[in-house]
Design a binder for this molecule. Structure first.
Ligand code: FAD
Length: 474
């Protein structure tokens, strides 16, 4: 419809920002009234406890930012197509625009909406990634399975300039009613830890931008070495913002590229990590089964331990394995909603290798506890550590928590920050763990810190034997 002046419903999902937002930019440029809407739909209902709480914080900030532009964020709860259809009827809107996502559930939504809302224009825009999955291809026209080749292809691609936030958004003649965010109780599943985890978050576009600027100004040059130490503030901590689209990956990429051109050598490694995020999403797009099944078929029959409540798994979840680096990491996640990247690799290796436990048990726990939970990065990284994923760590690579602690937490700062039991005067971080965990775990800082739940050397040998035997591979 060339001269359509009807309103556009701008459906926000995990793109909670105004800058560098192609769908919003196009909607503002059209001059048509824009009705921003966020839905507590099947995608939000499916989130684990911590990401569900965290997305609520992001939505709150987005609503404020839209208000500053003279606009509003309309909140509605229910199945996506039903709610949008009702809103179209209420508002007389002639279009629904949104940012495309690439995980299986979001794709089902994307694919169904066009036919379900056939009488109006539906458009999915890019913006969640650096490049859309269809646009990066190998020389033979296929999708990339190797990260190194993927990075080479992505590194030289032009990604254009970030789009400015709209200077104004045309309001509709009358605003539809909105629900109240508080009534959704998105933090309801957070147990006692909700307010503690929330206090560690930096939600919203303004804080995301400030975080990027600080990182680029102060830490990006040393990033390549510093990012490996869990007890140091060496990485950007932007994952929680990127997960909800509070800043675009392109904005981060271009800021790092500019730093690199100024001579900040560490910026190259940062670009590589941002590319891992895209790589993970591209992999999940091309192989949606990655979220639930081993990507390498030969791993599908591996006899993992699948007891979700075994004493080993329970000790792992609760940070009571008696292995300091692992326990510190699991507690860091429970209190802050994040875990350092090196720690993630170490705890995932302990669960899948020393404990021979199904990686999906760990994946699910992360999905419930991480405020930066990302369907692609979580699945690809769990499979990377377990050895069942594309370009994965080989099965014989088993992280030694002791050697890792010696190399990356040599003074024990990280362990002391998160484990109270063996300290006379534990820091507030370590103590807050006991305020956050469920009472039913019956844990107290006065408990004796446990001896290791397994003999790491014996467990390592058993894991190698199990992987090498490969009777499951016949
Ligand atoms: P930085 O080091 O500053 O990196 C910048 C950005 O690059 C990150 O914010 C992130 O968006 C991206 N990035 C960095 N490393 C990776 C990686 N290995 N894979 C994909 N993207 C990466 N990351 C998530 O965002 N969500 C998850 O649910 C998640 N689950 C993980 C599970 C396991 C078992 C492992 C080993 C890693 C997981 N990661 C996940 C990747 C990584 O640990 C985090 O992205 C990183 O720790 C975030 O900290 P940062 O923002 O300071 O990262």
């Amino acid at each position: 419809m060339p001269h359509d002046r009807s309103p556009i419903l701008l459906w926000f999902r995990r793109d909670l920002r105004l800058s560098d937002h192609p769908a919003l930019h196009a909607a503002a440029a059209s001059g048509r009234p824009v009705i921003p809407v966020f839905l507590c739909d099947e995608g939000v209902e499916a989130l684990g406890a911590a990401p569900r709480m965290r997305i609520g914080l992001g939505v709150e900030q987005l609503a404020r930012d839209l208000k500053d532009k003279g606009s509003r964020l309309i909140l509605r709860r229910g199945a996506t197509h039903g709610v949008l259809r009702a809103m179209l009827a209420e508002t007389g809107a002639g279009a629904v625009w949104w940012t495309r996502l690439h995980d299986p559930l979001s794709r089902r939504q994307d694919e169904c909406l066009g036919p379900q809302l056939e009488s109006v224009e539906t458009r999915a825009f890019p913006g969640h990634l650096l490049h859309e999955p269809e646009t990066l291809r190998t020389g033979a026209g296929g999708s990339f399975r190797s990260y190194a080749a993927f990075f080479r292809a992505l590194r030289t691609r032009d990604m254009g300039e970030p789009l400015p936030p709209p200077s104004r958004l045309t309001a509709p003649a009358s605003w539809p009613a909105t629900e109240r965010l508080e009534d959704w109780r998105l933090d309801a599943a957070m147990n006692r830890g909700g307010s503690i985890v929330a206090s560690w978050q930096q939600p919203g576009e303004t804080q995301a931008r400030a975080r990027l600027d600080r990182f680029v100004a102060e830490r990006i040059g040393a990033y390549a070495g510093a990012r490996d130490y869990p007890g140091r503030d060496g990485s950007s901590r932007l994952s929680e913002n990127l997960a909800y689209g509070e800043i675009s990956a392109r904005t981060c990429w271009l800021a790092a590229l500019a730093a690199l051109h100024r001579g900040e050598a560490g910026a190259e490694q940062f670009l590589k990590e941002l590319a891992w995020r895209d790589f993970s999403h591209h992999l999940l797009f091309h192989s949606p089964e990655l979220a639930t099944d081993a990507w390498r078929p030969e791993w599908r029959s591996f006899p993992w331990t699948r007891d979700t409540e075994s004493p080993l798994v329970s000790a792992w979840r609760r940070g009571r394995t008696g292995i300091r680096l692992v326990d510190a990491a699991m507690r860091e996640m429970y209190v802050t909603g994040r875990m350092h990247n090196r720690s993630r690799m170490i705890v995932a290796s302990l669960l899948t290798k020393h404990m021979l436990t199904d990686w999906r048990i760990g994946l699910k726990w992360f999905e419930d506890c991480l405020t930066d939970w990302d369907p692609a990065s979580n699945a690809v990284n769990w499979q990377w550590v377990a050895g069942s994923g594309p370009d994965a760590s080989p099965f014989f690579r088993i992280f030694s928590p002791k050697a890792q602690a010696k190399a990356y937490d040599p003074d024990g700062d990280y362990a002391r920050a998160w484990i109270a039991e063996w300290q006379a005067a534990p820091p507030s971080t370590a103590l807050s763990y006991f305020e956050a965990i469920p009472r039913s775990w019956h844990m107290s800082q006065k408990d004796t810190y446990p001896a290791p739940v397994l003999d790491l050397a014996v467990a390592r040998r058993a894991a190698l034997a199990a992987f090498r035997a490969r009777p499951w591979d016949q």
